[in-house]
Design a protein around this ligand. Structure first.
Ligand SMILES: Nc1nc2c(ncn2[C@@H]2O[C@H](COP(=O)(O)OP(=O)(O)OP(=O)(O)O)[C@@H](O)[C@H]2O)c(=O)[nH]1
Ligand SMILES: [Mg+2]
Length: 315
């Protein structure tokens, strides 16, 4: 059985439609691009590899990662004496799987903290609400924290979402230092026997040193109050920014502790290949993907499901 058939068969049926719909635009570029390539290039020659490179670039896999994949691919083709283009594309699929990473969210029996960080508008607040919904549905006692105290509207936004989801929202007072809101929230979470505390922070540019230091302070106070570090720190990236998301991730990883990525707005972009660039260039796992604006549209990242979704026509 082919690799593509195997991963489709393994697909968690519950999420299949959501994944297929969410990655439709990327599939229209990537999967359809590969199909077109298979139907027009029958020989494994330079022109085949050139067209393959173009498909990778157009799906925002990025130059560095695309070149890496092609070089590896050429080696494998030679080693295994591969002589048909279908098998080459299978090997490409395997290379992609080898270079992207799932993430197991760390949920402990004691208070578990999830910290959401990222640049303005990447989807932190909506993803916080979606995560709260996700864990509430699993029977967890969830609380969200509005640590974005610079804008009253930001607090209101999370409060509205939390009412809809049915979880408590802890908010500080306007212009209160975010770290001090987090201190109060952690104390409250311990008192209320919360299982999962999800902290939404203000959008920050990766280049603003003081804001990055503020994040480090938030990490310090969490550890001080609860007695151990936040188990999960997620960088929220807007997939439609493509290669820019990659440079954001690189800067955040340099100055802040990040365990995994949440890649949002997959449904609105053909740039879903950026997940491959993140996996290869930064070796960072993806925890969740945002596949739409609805409360259910945040799904756990699964690399087999991802590959199946961006190669829907291949079998
Ligand atoms: N289509 C789509 N839209 C999304 C997704 N995730 C977030 N959005 C939208 O992106 C916009 C910004 O989302 P927010 O959650 O407010 O972003 P934020 O990172 O909290 O923004 P700041 O607090 O301003 O830094 C909203 O209109 C969301 O509905 C997604 O997966 N798909
Ligand atoms: Mg926000």
């Amino acid at each position: 059985m082919s690799l593509f058939q195997r991963i489709k068969d393994h697909f968690n049926k519950k999420n299949q439609n959501a994944y297929f719909e969410g990655f439709k635009k990327t599939n229209d570029k990537f999967g359809s691009g590969l199909l077109k390539l298979l139907s027009s290039n029958k020989n494994i020659d330079e022109s085949f590899y050139k067209d393959l490179m173009q498909v990778l670039i157009e799906s925002d896999v990025g130059l560095e990662t695309s070149q890496f994949l092609l070089n590896q691919l050429k080696k494998v083709v030679k080693q295994k004496n591969i002589d048909n283009t279908e098998q080459v594309i299978e090997e490409l699929g395997q290379l992609i799987l080898d270079n992207i990473h799932n993430y197991d969210v760390i949920i402990e029996d004691r208070l578990t903290v999830i910290l959401m960080v990222g640049v303005n508008g990447s989807g932190k607040t909506t993803s916080t609400a979606k995560l709260a919904h996700y864990y509430k549905n699993q029977g967890k006692n969830v609380m969200v924290v509005a640590a974005d105290t610079f804008r009253a509207a930001a607090v209101k936004q999370l409060q509205t979402w939390s009412e809809r989801v049915g979880v408590p929202c802890f908010a500080g007072t306007e212009n209160q230092d975010p770290a001090s809101v987090v201190v109060d929230a952690c104390r409250e979470a311990i008192k209320a026997n919360v299982d999962i505390l999800i902290i939404d922070t203000a959008g920050r540019l990766q280049t603003k040193v003081n804001l990055m230091q503020e994040l480090q302070k938030v990490h310090r106070v969490i550890e001080k109050i609860i007695g151990y570090p936040a188990q999960n720190s997620f960088l929220v990236l807007d997939a439609s920014t493509g290669q820019n998301a990659l440079s954001q991730a690189s800067a955040f990883l340099d100055s802040s502790k990040i365990n995994a990525i949440i890649c949002t707005k997959m449904d609105g972009t053909a740039k879903g290949g950026v997940i491959i660039a993140l996996g290869h260039s930064l070796k960072i796992p993806v925890a969740f993907v945002g596949l739409g604006e609805g409360i259910d549209d945040l799904k756990e990242f699964d690399k087999d499901a991802y590959l199946a979704s961006i190669t829907q026509g291949l079998s």
